[in-house]
Design a binder for this molecule. Structure first.
Ligand code: SF4
Length: 403
């Protein structure tokens, strides 16, 4: 075979580390990983140079080399690229997928300086307010999932709705409330405001507070924009009551800590159909590392099942998929992009200034897998963004690939 052009398709990502290369086709979600030798590494390096337009000339001698030929055959078989003879063909071109963040930090810095920063608010789509506490709350789980604290200091209702008003964004689509809404001092006004709003409200409440107030819940005409998320601490004593005749939108989240704990809660929830679709959320308590290691750490087979579009890969390269677009306000009025990090300011600051601070100095919205060992791993941009579990456990990678 004469010299040929090898071209990768524009939906294909090529990632190269010291010893490995991963070719990911975002169209058909096929992945090819190889241990690279010197010859293949050289070809990959050429392909990755943007001016080469994802095309490299392969010499006749290279094409006859078994490892190179097998590598190229796999690329062709998986529809990740193609070969064309150099003779009589102009060089094929393709565009390597490169992240272009229109909403870059520089863009916002410029806008902020031009006093046109209002646009920055379009990045906000979820707010969480800890409106008060609950006797069944916990002062550490809220760092891993939305769950009421024990503290009972209420958040001022005027400030709460002033802050929402301050967001003035069509992109704000969900507001979480966490606490015991029925003990909130201005409970009637709060419910009225929620029911008159066009934004979706999710009331996160423990099962004990929910069941203690079931009669009051039945007496209110809840609007369609409101949903109750009933939180179950699977280690606590609670009873499951029948919710027949209750006309509300609801979901159920169960916090689990061990495998035994998981099995027994599933048996209990199976007794009532309304609880069967519960979302299971593992919680790290400092003593259940083995449970996380066996059930939460990502494995090679799970990575192989990841099927991301080109846009979803770009998102992992640019933003934290769990935190981006979200702010949390604790009942002491402090505002966070992630409650594990330093506060951005208080509820009295303007929304624009808080979001601008997160974009320019924050540690949450743009927290990606750019630290070791992930920065040296070929799965860097296929793996989900770092979550709160990494922070709770104190380990940058929760996987079985690099232990
Ligand atoms: S090292 Fe990081 S990027 Fe690689 S598999 Fe583990 S968590 Fe994912």
């Amino acid at each position: 075979m004469k010299n040929c052009w090898l071209t990768l398709r524009s939906d294909v990502f090529l990632w190269l580390t010291q010893d490995e290369c991963l070719i990911y086709n975002s169209n058909n979600h096929k992945k090819l990983s190889f241990t690279v030798n010197d010859e293949i590494r050289k070809i990959c390096q050429q392909l990755l140079i943007p001016i080469n337009l994802y095309t490299v000339e392969i010499s006749e001698i290279s094409l006859e080399e078994k490892s190179v030929r097998q590598w190229i055959d796999c690329i062709i078989d998986n529809d990740a690229g193609y070969l064309k003879p150099c003779s009589n063909t102009i060089k094929p071109i393709s565009l390597k997928p490169i992240l272009k963040i229109q909403d870059s930090i520089n863009y916002y810095t410029k806008k902020y300086n031009e006093e046109l920063a209002g646009e920055i608010i379009h990045n906000l789509y979820e707010l969480t307010f800890y409106i008060n506490g609950s006797e069944y709350g916990n002062n550490s789980w809220y760092k891993q999932t939305v769950f009421p604290l024990k503290s009972c200091q209420p958040l001022d209702i005027q400030k709460l709705f002033g802050f929402i008003q301050n967001a003035k964004s069509n992109f704000l689509s969900n507001i979480n409330l966490s606490g015991n809404i029925f003990l909130y001092p201005d409970y009637v006004s709060l419910v009225e405001e929620i029911c008159n709003s066009k934004i979706r409200f999710t009331i996160n409440i423990t099962i004990q507070d929910f069941e203690d107030n079931i009669q009051r819940i039945k007496e209110i005409q809840w609007t369609d924009n409101t949903q109750f998320n009933i939180l179950i601490d699977s280690q606590s004593d609670f009873t499951l009551i029948s919710l027949d005749g209750l006309c509300i939108n609801m979901s159920v989240t169960v916090l689990v800590f061990t495998e035994e704990n998981y099995k027994s809660i599933i048996d209990k929830l199976d007794t009532l159909p309304v609880y069967r679709d519960a979302q299971i959320t593992p919680i790290y308590n400092g003593e259940n590392f083995d449970f996380f290691h066996s059930n939460v750490f990502i494995s090679k087979s799970e990575i192989n099942e990841i099927a991301l579009s080109k846009r979803e890969v770009f998102m992992r390269q640019a933003i934290n998929i769990y935190d981006f677009g979200k702010l949390t306000v604790l009942s002491d009025e402090q505002v966070f992009a992630n409650v594990n990090m330093n506060p951005l300011g208080s509820i009295n600051n303007s929304m624009v200034s808080l979001i601008y601070k997160e974009f320019t100095k924050g540690q949450s919205w743009l927290r990606i897998r750019d630290q070791k060992p992930c920065a040296d791993c070929i799965y860097q941009w296929l793996c989900p963004s770092p979550s709160n579990y990494e922070i709770a456990i104190g380990k940058p990678n929760l996987c079985h690939i690099i232990e």
